[in-house]
Design a protein around this ligand. Structure first.
Ligand code: PPS
Length: 294
């Protein structure tokens, strides 16, 4: 008899699958948050470089100081859908706010700023699999396999929905002056340049900070993969300790250790169909299956 595919546990709110640990009321209220002038959002589809960017902006705000042990980045740069609107409104301005929402659901103001980070879907699904497996209390998927998760990802049946719908929703707005659109891969390639770009985008006071080389180098050092791998309770206190760490591998191309040929073909095909004619493939010129098929 064919074994049934295992699925993670999800809650649901306004059509979104959400991790079981997220209070539905907070998710709902997060969607209704009214953004203020001076709000800065870090926007990503899950597993695309959120925490890395959260730490960069937190360090920018704190003159190059690294997030100390005992603090939680998701309360410092709060996750809108997890903590809800009231929590976010109560933090002092200028606010830095994390969200995984697609464009049309993200609270929008022309006076707020949005840093969007995209990551190639091949590495994203691998990272998302380990995430879903590792947060046992949220998903109850500790025994789930990559193959099982891949099927859900490619159907868009995971928390925050379809990867491509999310990416497309922000990509078409990438030239708006209050949106900085970048990639995880660009951050890997030249983190210093990306930190400077973020500071420039956030405004003069931040740009002035990174002109101080001591601050710039401190940010560069403490947001490196090596440093962020240390004291990981700062990023995810709920991670089950026996599972793969949250800051896991931090590489481009780990998908090659996980995908079957059939999975490569299917994700490439979905990529092509969903993004035809708009140039998204140019975000990742070195991504082998994509460069071969466009
Ligand atoms: S979440 O849960 O959506 O907020 O996750 P997110 O932070 O977006 O993504 C986690 C992945 O980002 C990697 N990461 C880093 N890579 C390189 N350098 C730094 N500093 C860094 N910080 C986090 C992290 O390891 C996850 O990717 P994988 O591929 O699983 O290692």
């Amino acid at each position: 008899m064919k074994q049934q595919r295992r699925k993670p546990n999800y809650g649901i709110c306004r059509g979104f699958l959400i991790p079981m640990g997220f209070p539905v009321a907070c998710f709902e209220s997060g969607l209704n948050y009214t953004p203020q002038s001076g709000d800065n959002f870090i926007v990503t589809y899950p597993k695309c470089g959120t925490t890395w960017a959260q730490h960069i902006v937190w360090m920018l705000q704190n003159d190059g100081q690294a997030l100390p042990l005992g603090k939680n980045i998701n309360l410092e740069v709060p996750h809108l859908e997890e903590v809800g609107a009231e929590f976010v409104a109560a933090i002092p301005s200028p606010r830095f706010i994390k969200t995984h929402l697609p464009y049309s659901f993200t609270p929008y103001s022309p006076d707020a700023k949005y840093i969007y980070i995209a990551r190639n879907p091949f590495d994203c699904v691998v990272s998302f699999y380990y995430h879903t497996q590792g947060f046992v209390k949220h998903y109850d998927f500790a025994d789930g396999t990559f193959d099982e998760f891949f099927e859900l990802f490619i159907e868009g049946e995971v928390d925050w929905g379809d990867y491509f719908d999310h990416l497309l929703s922000w990509y078409e707005h990438r030239h708006q002056p209050n949106i900085l659109f970048t990639t995880y891969e660009a951050m890997k390639k030249d983190p210093k340049q990306q930190i400077i770009e973020m500071a420039k985008f956030l405004g003069n006071s931040y740009l002035e900070k990174v002109k101080n080389l001591e601050i710039l180098h401190s940010i560069l050092e403490h947001t490196s993969f090596t440093k962020m791998s240390q004291e990981q309770s700062r990023w995810s206190s709920l991670r089950s300790p026996e599972m793969t760490p949250f800051i896991r591998k931090g590489e481009i191309g780990d998908w090659q250790n996980h995908f079957s040929q059939n999975q490569v073909a299917r994700l490439t095909d979905k990529f092509r169909k969903k993004t035809a004619g708009i140039g998204i493939e140019n975000l990742w010129p070195e991504l082998i299956p994509i460069s071969m098929h466009f």
